[in-house]
Design a protein around this ligand. Structure first.
Ligand code: ZN
Length: 138
């Protein structure tokens, strides 16, 4: 087993809290309006102690070196491509730091037309207007 696959497998095992067996490597290309948003190899693992029965893992490059992503194979992540989509949505949601000290914002709630994020430290809330992208803090 190559080093990268081994690292991915370890991360997946930590996430599902048990041993997994590598099943296959699936090339995935996610496009939006004709543009490639993400392209890579998703590793598919069978989980020894379901649920979930399947888990997906892959590596992404970042400034801190490779990062390992794991997505459990449960709805809506029912395929390697769907798993990548679940991850892309969660990445888009955890954008931007809190203006009061650079803390991380976490998804808090949503209602029609708005999504609300809350700072993990100082509990500042960010309201995002999904139509305009305008952000207000409260
Ligand atoms: Zn904060």
């Amino acid at each position: 087993m190559n080093k990268l696959l081994e690292m991915i497998q370890r991360t997946v095992e930590a996430t599902v809290e048990g041993p997994v067996t590598h099943r296959e490597s699936v090339p995935v290309v996610e496009t939006f309006r004709g543009q490639t948003i993400w392209e890579g190899i998703v590793e598919v693992f069978d989980v020894a102690t379901p649920p979930p029965a399947v888990a997906y893992g892959w590596a992404v490059e970042s400034d801190k070196g490779p990062q390992y992503v794991t997505v459990k194979g449960e709805p809506p992540a029912a395929s390697p491509l769907a798993a990548v989509r679940v991850w892309l949505v969660s990445e888009a949601r955890k954008d931007k730091k809190c203006p009061q000290g650079g803390h991380e914002f976490a998804f808090f709630d949503s209602f029609p037309g708005f999504e609300i994020f809350e700072c993990s430290k100082c509990k500042l809330r960010k309201f995002v207007d999904l139509k305009t992208g305008k952000e207000t803090f409260e």
